[in-house]
Design a binder for this molecule. Structure first.
Ligand code: FAD
Length: 366
């Protein structure tokens, strides 16, 4: 019998496991893959997370993160707008930061079951039964940090699962000539592509587009040549860089629709509770902050499930509901070729709007 079983070991799952284990709880984290591994993600993390990550024991000196303080936005035809990032952030691959958090979690006593997929979760008589294909476990609490979309969402009959989403994500690691302190977001027809530095002189190149864009061109490489390369900045990056992977990491069915934070008493955090559009850039900070809020609620009210649920739901809404709403609406405006051209043709007005959006979709240091 565990105090808490955590399903999914991305940032939200790993951070809550560390905090709960440090708080004296017996924690099991079940992850379907084996560390380290790559994920589709832009790999830029807002500095709002940094003091908290340091406080739980993450050693930034060992990670050689890249400090990022400037933001560049380009329209599909290549017009440029640049602004400072008030709070800034850092670049590091998920391969590296997830591994570092996994090692930290092991060192504080979290138990791991890797290469196991949770297939069902039942709540009965005030306790959970969690099943993987190989074993069954019991716990007082279950945290769902299983990311954007997984079969378990279907098993739990979550509403959003039946609504198809048109978005796909593609990621590469590259070596290129690009400023280390800059994150750029290059727009193209029905999508946008981010580039920023990570560790070891590498860069993360990651884009979001629609399945339709891919279908029209047949393959990822044809779509890139015919659509992304029309933006001259992307043309330069794609033709003048060294691509480190043999093939890109790809995911589909990326959905930004609202989700529930609690489902049959399972406490959801990170993307499982709601994903912010990458255009607004801050899903990892939200996953880390959400995990903190949830772990605090559990540690403070462990014997009172009702209070854990109420406190978590209230705090989650307070911190994230508005940010997610703004993210969804900004995506409608700026993920669009015509709108981003018009916006960049009126640079002065757009610069203030851009700074407002950055502020409204980023949180405070926590
Ligand atoms: C294209 C794109 C670019 C992005 N760029 C950025 C960026 O630059 N900056 C930023 O802050 N955010 C970015 N994000 C968002 C960010 O990647 C996510 O918000 C963040 O990864 C969420 O972390 P998480 O812990 O909730 O989920 P994840 O990191 O997805 O982890 C979920 C884990 O659960 C595991 N899992 C799933 N189902 C099961 C199961 N049944 N049993 C066991 N394990 C399971 C998975 O294997 C996975 O390891 C981007 C997102 C996209 C789509």
């Amino acid at each position: 019998m565990y105090d808490i079983i955590i399903i999914g070991g991305g940032l939200a799952g790993l951070v809550s496991s560390i905090q709960l284990s440090k708080g004296g709880k017996k924690v099991l984290l079940i992850e379907k893959k084996k560390y380290p591994f790559h994920r589709v993600c832009g790999e830029y993390i807002s500095n709002e997370t940094r003091p908290f990550l340091e406080s739980i024991g993450l050693d930034f000196n060992k990670l050689s993160v890249k400090e990022i303080s400037k933001f560049q936005f380009t329209s599909p035809s290549g017009r440029i707008l640049e602004t400072d990032l008030d709070l800034g952030g850092f670049g590091i691959s998920r391969y590296k930061i997830d591994l570092a958090l996994y090692q930290l979690a092991m060192s504080v006593g979290v138990e791991f079951l890797l290469e196991n997929t949770v297939e069902s979760v039942d709540f009965k008589d005030d306790k959970f039964t969690v099943e993987t294909s190989f074993a069954t476990f019991e716990s007082r609490f279950v945290i769902g940090t299983f990311g954007k979309r997984t079969k378990l969402d279907a098993t739990l009959k979550r509403d959003f699962f039946n609504k198809r989403s048109p978005y796909i994500g593609v990621k590469y690691h590259i070596k290129t000539n690009f400023p280390k302190d800059l994150i750029a977001l290059h727009n193209f027809k029905d999508g946008y592509c981010g580039i920023s530095a990570i560790e070891d002189d590498k860069y993360c190149l990651c884009y979001l587009t629609t399945r339709d864009n891919l279908r029209k061109h047949g393959t990822i490489s044809e779509m890139e040549k015919n659509i992304l390369w029309k933006n001259p900045h992307l043309h330069k990056i794609f033709t003048e860089s060294e691509f480190i992977y043999d093939k890109p990491e790809v995911i589909n069915e990326i959905s930004f629709v609202p989700k529930t934070t609690i489902e049959n008493h399972i406490l959801m955090a990170g993307d499982a509770a709601g994903l912010i559009t990458p255009l607004c850039g801050n899903g990892m900070a939200m996953a880390i902050h959400g995990a903190k809020i949830l772990s605090d609620s559990i540690l403070q009210n462990f014997t009172n499930r009702n209070l854990v649920e109420k406190t978590y739901q209230k705090n989650w809404k307070k911190h994230f509901e508005k940010r997610l709403w703004i993210g969804r609406n900004v995506q409608k405006l700026f993920g669009n070729e015509v709108v981003s051209e018009i916006a960049l043709s009126s640079l002065k007005t757009f610069k203030s709007a851009l700074r407002f959006i950055i502020k409204a979709t980023h949180g405070e240091i926590f």
